[in-house]
Design a protein around this ligand. Sequence first.
Ligand code: C2E
Ligand code: MG
Ligand code: MG
Length: 515
Amino acid sequence: MKRKSRPIKNIVLSYFIFGILWILFSDTLAGYMINDLNYYQSFQSIKGIIFIAVTGIFLYFLLKTNLKEITEKEQELYQQAYFDNLTSLPNKRSLYQDLSSKIEHSQNNRVQFSFAIFYLDLSNIDNLTEIRGYTQGSDLIKKIAKILKNDICNDQDCKLYSYNYNKFILVYNNPGKNIVYQEEANKITDIINNLWNRGEIDYYIDLKIGVSTYPDSGRDVETLISAAQLAASKCDTENKEFQIYNHYMFLDKLELENLKRDLRTAIKKEEFELYYQPKLRCSDHKICGLEALIRWQHPDRGMVSPYKFIKLAEETGLIIEIGDWVLEQAFKQLLKWQQKYEDQISLSVNLSPLELYDEHKIKKIKKLQQQYQINKDLLEFEITENVLLDNRGDPLQILKQLKRLGFSIALDDFGIGYSSFSYLSRLPIDTLKIDKSFIDQLNDQKNMILIDSIINLSHKMKLEVIAEGIETADQLKTMSDLNCDQIQGYYFYRPLPLSELKVILAEEFKTTETS
Ligand code: C2E
Ligand code: MG
Ligand code: MG
């Protein structure tokens, strides 16, 4: 710092000396050189101009030097803030900044975009540092950073970050499927292990790699990094060098097995219950339908979210049995409402993609229809675009059969994942449900334009449009202004147990329910 400010001091000092000399000797010098008084007077003006010119030159150099120092200082501060001192790699702050802007870009522009985070944990280098001192530990870290940069992360689709002394993160843009992750992880492990095998280092590095992916493992930076860290921490328990994050990692193995076991008996023990969330017409805010949402009241854990157990049920195949139970309850309840409120209330039931691969599904639905004789117009099945992402069975065939039988179909969660307008024509749907993630960004102009187009397009295709997850009056107003047909969300009602819903329906339709 001191050294850098020396040029400024020198310039100021030179200017000071020049100024003194000029004041002291310029007149005397002029007196010797100019005898004519007229010339002498005009020389005074020239003297002033020379002084201003010299001052200007000094000022120019002063500013230039000063600006250079400020720029250098800024660069130094930037380097300190965004790069790791030891390895010179971009640090944690850079990582957060880069990933946030990637996610923001992908969400704002709704582009199909994914990236993978490889979290490299070299924790046992701590032991080396403790035993042989900081220099040896940090030399090894520097060596590994260099190897990763040159041999692994050497193209523009990969970026290497220093996360924390002995932890690195690699971010891969648009990675392929899991097999590519496995190959990449093997490559990294081989390179590090070879250092030891070839005798280039005399300390064995215990490397663990955890992988998380956007958007599957999480939709914000914090969650994605924690997911990769959790996956890395699972390497020990699984005795592996590499693990890809999955949503059950937060449960330990035993807990997971217990949960699966409990899920198997939950129907018999009557631990499931259907809650119902009202859907309202935008025009008059009257209830026009309900969505059935399953709840699991676990004897020890309390209420378990369907976000957690539906996936588990899908993995274990139990979703078929659970889906059958939901459907039977829905038919039963809908018949009661039909008798009480005539045709004023429709009911939607969520179907897992796996249920659409069940070849007996149609037979089961026909049987329920025979038994309960409901007005088919009042029952709607909610599906997600995932039905098309798997090549098991023929879900389209089942959907077409459902339509032929007279039931309606809604496309749920439109806007997350790889939602594309082509689904609107490929799937035999009657209703489009705009996902909450769209509704949460209503203040973004581009997003508004997109929603407006989705609604217009849907209307042209004779589809009804529902906005999910309306939580505020502003969101409600915007969606009404955009001509959305129905709304659903906490602003009006949360999903309710039957006991609470009965009171609301009775009030809404001004009658008292007895069933
Ligand atoms: P979904 O079908 O998209 O249901 C909407 C979810 O958003 C529900 O969560 C609902 O409680 C929640 N939600 C509604 N309005 C708001 C709001 O204003 N703000 C917020 N933050 N959330 C709101 P829930 O009940 O936890 O269900 C989660 C998902 O589980 C459902 O998403 C559906 O995919 C699945 N699911 C629920 N019940 C069933 C079922 O019986 N069968 C199948 N296969 N899946 C089900
Ligand atoms: Mg739904
Ligand atoms: Mg939804």
